[in-house]
Ligand binder design. Structure first.
Ligand code: SIN
Length: 550
């Protein structure tokens, strides 16, 4: 039995907590906001799995590999697609009520899927339905344990990860910031990061404001290998109003089309699959079209679907349109790309194990290799469910180095990516001169302009110089917002360094100065922080305390 600290309460963290409790581990679940606040809650389209008679695991694998633009880890994709159906059945057992009609569970089509295989719930409220069912399950486990006088699972809301604690190369716990504003150290046999993505890096995002990449940043500072951070997916269609709510790809799957501001379709001339081309292509095409029309958003015309379908199948989007004063049954709505999902993150093997002993990563915080350079729609909830389950299974195994990291740090045969590392070292060298306190809005503007849908060496270099001049508040004195902004600064530097180093275009990473893919670069890039003497990393927290039993 291990003491397991789970950080984050989206699908990945909740599954990890439930599975770990059920297999006899003692779990402490901490989450930055309320238990039900997570990126999962905002997922609309659904969860893809080969569950229907006209589908197959092989077809799902092929679609995933194709979308991934040559950068997927085929073993991870195979695990994802093979184990996906069983994990979806688990969700049904946990109480997720996927939408049905008289023939059984209904399914939708999304871009780059060769067939309809996307399950949804509450129409377009799939993430909310999953989050609600899992929060209920976790609370039930915690209440039952409490009633029996046990502590198999304890939940701490409004508790943020500050940093990981590393002893002798092993993660032995975490430094947390509690709701009272005090930092405290918690020790654990295993830490499972499930902190999600970092949409808050960008000025426009479909993510909630809590998506600040806390886990990737902490893992990076602790020296864990990270990978593919240059690959950030931009969803083609966020409603172009403040808050940029998501307009699911499933709307295009049902037949909605994209129009220029002049009312003309532009996608058929760009890709044979038109509006259902891979997500990166649609997002770039929209951005290019917007440039032609002086930055005005393009239009999504769903009027042909009829009011009944729109309101019944897409109640969340209908409500978002209404809140913005739009009636999408009567008129096309303005849409534009927004940061949506991070393919890169903490490098893991097929069991959620990272390059640091004692540290696991599951869900969007992890880079499993299942998504490559561009995630296939509705594979993210699936990945979270599959690899969270596997990480818990790995907890029960005798500890061994993941074969992926057989030198103890990085994947076999793939040394520290020197380009990325050199770029990051340049930031570090400039840090002595950093004198301006980072401003989050300025950081988001900078990342959007320089490392957004379109990138180029000149803009990335300028961004690198600007980022080197910014500094964050000392983490030992910081509150939640300051810690988050510090994380965003670290991650912004990493993304810019990695985007500069990848001199090609592939999947979600598109460089105007290197517009083509280069076959010799069709490989993931792993890197980790070089622990130079100048690096200060908190291994001994300032005020150790065990206020949270783990
Ligand atoms: C969507 O509904 O379009 C988003 C689904 C996803 O990100 O996979």
């Amino acid at each position: 039995m291990a003491r397991v600290l789970v950080v984050g309460s989206g699908l990945a963290g909740l599954i990890a907590a439930v599975r770990a409790t059920d297999t006899g581990h003692r779990v402490t679940l901490v989450t930055k906001a309320a238990l039900s606040d997570s990126n999962t809650r905002y997922a609309q389209g659904g969860i893809a799995a080969a569950l229907f008679p006209d589908d197959s695991v092989d077809a799902h694998i092929l679609d995933t590999l194709r979308a991934g633009a040559g950068l997927c880890d085929p073993a991870a994709v195979q695990v994802l697609c093979e184990e996906g159906p069983a994990r979806v059945r688990d969700l049904i057992r946990f109480g997720v009520d996927f939408d049905r009609d008289e023939s059984g569970i209904t399914r939708g089509l999304e871009a780059a899927h060769s067939r309809s295989r996307v399950l949804h719930a509450g129409g377009d409220a799939t993430g909310a339905a999953i989050e609600t069912a899992l929060v209920h399950t976790v609370r039930e486990r915690a209440n039952r344990a409490h009633a029996l006088g046990g502590d198999q699972i304890t939940i701490h809301e409004h508790t943020m990860l500050v940093d990981l604690i590393v002893d002798d190369g092993r993660v032995s716990g975490a430094l947390l910031l509690g709701p009272d504003g005090a930092q405290l150290a918690v020790s654990a046999d295993a830490v499972i990061l499930a902190t999600g993505g970092a949409g808050a890096l960008y000025k426009h995002t479909t993510n909630p404001a809590i998506a600040t990449g806390d886990g990737v940043a902490a893992a990076w500072r602790a020296g864990a290998a990270i990978a593919d951070v240059e690959f950030y997916q931009f969803h083609p269609t966020a409603l172009a109003v403040p808050g940029t709510p998501l307009v699911s790809e499933a709307v295009r799957g049902e037949g909605a089309v994209l129009l220029s501001s002049q009312g003309e379709r532009f996608m058929p001339a760009i890709h044979p699959d038109a509006e259902l081309a891979p997500r990166d292509i649609v997002a770039r095409s929209i951005a290019a079209q917007m440039k032609k029309q002086d930055g005005a958003p393009v239009l999504l015309d769903a009027t042909g679907l009829g009011r009944e379908l729109l309101e019944g199948r897409f109640p969340t989007i209908t409500a978002a349109c209404r809140a913005a004063g739009l009636d999408w049954a009567l008129e096309p709505i303005p849409v534009a790309p927004a940061a949506h999902y991070w393919m890169g993150g903490v490098a893991t093997d097929g069991w959620g194990r990272t390059s640091l002993a004692g540290l696991f990563a599951v869900g969007e915080v992890a880079r499993t290799g299942a998504h490559g350079a561009n995630r296939l729609a509705s594979n993210s909830l699936l990945e979270a469910a599959v690899f969270a389950d596997r990480a818990v299974r790995a907890l029960g195994e005798p500890e061994q180095r993941p074969p992926l990291f057989d030198d103890g740090t990085l994947p076999a045969g793939d040394p520290v990516d020197s380009d990325v590392d050199d770029a990051f070292a340049a930031f570090d060298a400039g840090l002595g001169d950093a004198h301006t306190l980072v401003d989050r809005a300025a950081l988001q503007d900078l990342l959007w302009e320089a490392a957004g849908v379109h990138r180029a060496g000149t803009g990335l270099t300028r961004a690198a110089v600007t980022l080197a001049g910014w500094q964050a508040v000392d983490r030992r004195q910081a509150g939640v917002a300051e810690l988050e902004t510090g994380n965003l600064l670290d991650l912004g530097r990493l993304i810019v360094a990695a985007a500069l180093a990848r001199e090609e275009s592939r999947g979600a990473h598109h460089r105007a100065d290197f517009p083509d893919s280069r076959p010799e670069l069709a490989r993931p890039r792993f890197t980790r922080r070089l622990m130079r003497p100048t690096h200060s990393f908190v291994t001994v927290p300032p005020q150790p305390s065990e206020a949270i039993a783990c």
